[in-house]
Design a protein around this ligand. Structure first.
Ligand SMILES: Nc1ncnc2c1ncn2[C@@H]1O[C@H](COP(=O)(O)OP(=O)(O)OP(=O)(O)O)[C@@H](O)[C@H]1O
Length: 588
């Protein structure tokens, strides 16, 4: 599956407007009830507004020309009541839609965020965090604007347009045709230009995302930026992204306003035509003055919504472009699915983890692992060594099913690793990354991350769990022990401290397989020795995989594997491996 959100699907078919609107409305499906009530109010209001000109025309012909002022007062009163009702109903409708729009965006943000959480590591490799933030924040906000302000105006304009058009044709068919003809020119114009406007808006949304990604990258790497004095470099990059954003924003601004003058021109032409032809009809006795006034009001009621649609069209197109960006995330599936029908083979005798003819490459990259076969047995310690970029972390990531092989199979306890659900797999496999990730909170909360077993323990109970596991001494490096605050996603901790927290986090889960990817590289020698003593206390069932560059870390390994140029070669014990290296049987 292609997880790159910014790769456009070339053969995307253009959908008709009603289909697009339906898609957009699906975002607000949960607010259907409120939308229906608001829509009903809108229909009543529009109908009342439509009746207005008819009543005015009737009053002119029957009461003003005949000077019956009682009737005039009565109809003026009726009109006043109608307009007051419209005012009250519009207020209710606006409040209803404002609340509904906020709830739609609230739910949508949750849905998009949860969806992002479900997606595999490849998705995060292929998309920049800043762009994702922009989709969750900015694009959902644009939908909010559409739902709270534009949607009902949009629908009411369409309704008013159809109703006023029909009224005009019913009252006087020929005059109706004269009035409506210029609108056909507008329709042709809009039809031709809409794809262009949509493209301009999509380009602008994309650039907002790219700019946000640029900001995110420089902010999250600010230390390197400052240390290498690369502020200019990032300033230049930001300037470029900002410039692109500015250019596309101007493009979309022009596209969004291009309809306006055209709409005004044709609506003025229409009114002029109605007036000329209407006077001609009055002269020949085919129309009364009252009706011509009603007619001009209807022509207004017909062209005003078109003018309104011109500005709403932009909002509609922007919302569509944003909905496109959001729904791209929503339609993505995690391709690391759990296999349902995997036959459970006899477990332990097949080892803890086994690679069977595994081939792997990152998306759009060359193959990294070729034809890899090995088996790791229960309770043993294995070391994976090899040159930088040789494929050690990739091999470990496949063991933890962060990725699936392109070919071949990985077995966990004799069963295809794809048949384990995520919870079970995470319970069985502990993975300490080269750069452990911490979350804002306390040391305790970070150790307990993803561990339900001790989640409800009191502080004292949890401390005794830590002490019983022999981890107590590791807490000495934190000023306030378990209560030490972790801020800015771990930035307040040294790398070594972060590694210790990640170590305790993994250790307490008592996994079947514990992978340490350069996990002790930033810890002082004394603490490292302490860690190796603690590792000896791991349950005898736990298989340990150590990825390391320092020889002392792997001395006690039962078996060494060399990982180089995508090949994983079994090299025997530490001594055997050294001998093989000396005699050049393994390429270092
Ligand atoms: N997310 C990724 N997307 C594309 N290519 C990647 C990705 N991660 C790693 N690679 C590539 O895969 C190859 C193996 O990388 P890997 O991280 O597995 O090596 P390593 O042996 O662990 O290196 P080191 O000792 O430096 O940690 C490298 O060529 C690297 O550029």
């Amino acid at each position: 599956m292609n997880y790159n959100l910014n790769i456009e699907n070339e053969d995307k078919v253009k959908k008709p407007v009603y289909q697009e609107l339906k898609n957009l409305l699906s975002a607000g499906a949960a607010e259907k009830k409120n939308l229906v009530v608001a829509l009903t109010i809108m229909l009543i209001n529009t109908s009342i507004n439509l009746a207005g000109p008819l009543i005015i025309g009737y009053t002119i012909d029957h009461y003003i020309q005949t000077k019956e002022y009682n009737g005039l007062m009565m109809f003026s009163g009726i009109l006043l009541c109608m307009y007051c009702f419209v005012f009250g109903a519009s207020y209710i409708q606006t409040r209803l839609m404002g609340g509904a729009a906020q709830r739609i965006v609230f739910n949508l943000r949750n849905i998009v965020f949860n969806k992002i959480q479900e997606l595999p590591v490849t998705f995060f490799n292929q998309n920049k965090a800043g762009d994702l933030i922009s989709r969750v924040n900015t694009d959902t906000d644009r939908l909010n604007q559409f739902f709270s302000q534009a949607l009902l105006q949009f629908l009411s304009s369409i309704f008013m347009l159809i109703a006023a058009g029909s009224f005009m044709l019913i009252i006087n068919f020929k005059l109706g045709l004269v009035a409506i003809l210029p609108a056909l020119c507008i329709w042709l114009f809009v039809n031709r230009l809409s794809p262009w406007v949509r493209k301009k808006n999509a380009a602008n949304s994309k650039n907002v995302g790219l700019m946000s990604a640029e900001i995110q990258e420089s902010l999250s790497n600010f230390k390197v930026v400052v240390a290498f004095n690369r502020r200019d470099y990032f300033r230049e990059r930001f300037d470029k992204a900002n410039q692109q954003n500015y250019t596309t924003a101007i493009g979309s601004g022009i596209a969004n306003t291009v309809f306006m003058p055209v709409f005004s021109l044709f609506s003025n032409i229409a009114q002029l035509l109605v007036l000329i032809y209407g006077i001609y009809l009055i002269k020949n006795g085919g129309l009364s003055i009252g009706f011509l006034i009603s007619y001009i009001a209807y022509a207004n009621n017909f062209y005003n919504p078109i003018r309104q649609l011109a500005s709403l069209w932009a909002s509609f197109q922007t919302a569509l472009a944003s909905w496109d960006r959001i729904s791209k995330i929503l339609t993505m599936d995690n391709d690391l699915q759990v296999l349902k029908s995997e036959e459970i083979m006899s477990s332990d005798d097949r080892g803890v983890i086994e690679f069977q003819n595994v081939h792997f490459g990152y998306p759009e990259g060359k193959e990294i692992l070729h034809h890899v076969n090995f088996r790791l047995d229960k309770g043993k310690t294995y070391a994976f060594v090899g040159p930088t970029g040789g494929g050690k972390t990739t091999t470990a990531s496949i063991m933890a099913r962060l990725y699936d092989p392109l070919q071949g199979k990985v077995l966990l306890k004799g069963r295809d690793i794809r048949s384990y659900d995520a919870k079970e797999r995470a319970r069985r496999i502990g993975f300490i990354l080269q750069e452990p990730i911490l979350f804002t909170g306390t040391v305790k909360e970070n150790i307990l991350y993803g561990n339900e077993e001790y989640a409800k323990d009191s502080d004292a109970a949890f401390l005794s769990v830590i002490n019983n596991a022999g981890l107590g001494q590791l807490l000495n490096v934190f000023d306030e022990g378990l209560d030490t605050n972790v801020t800015s996603g771990g930035e307040s901790m040294s790398l070594g401290q972060r590694q210790l927290i990640a170590f305790m986090r993994a250790f307490l889960r008592k996994p079947d397989l514990l992978i340490l990817d350069e996990a002790t590289a930033n810890i002082d020698t004394v603490t490292e020795q302490l860690l190796s003593q603690i590792l000896e206390k791991l349950p005898s069932k736990t298989t340990l995989v150590i990825i390391a560059h320092r020889l002392n870390t792997i001395e006690n390994a039962d078996e060494i594997f060399f990982v180089n140029s995508g090949e994983v070669v079994q090299a025997g014990s530490f001594q055997d491996a050294i001998q093989k290296l000396i005699h050049g049987k393994i390429q270092s």
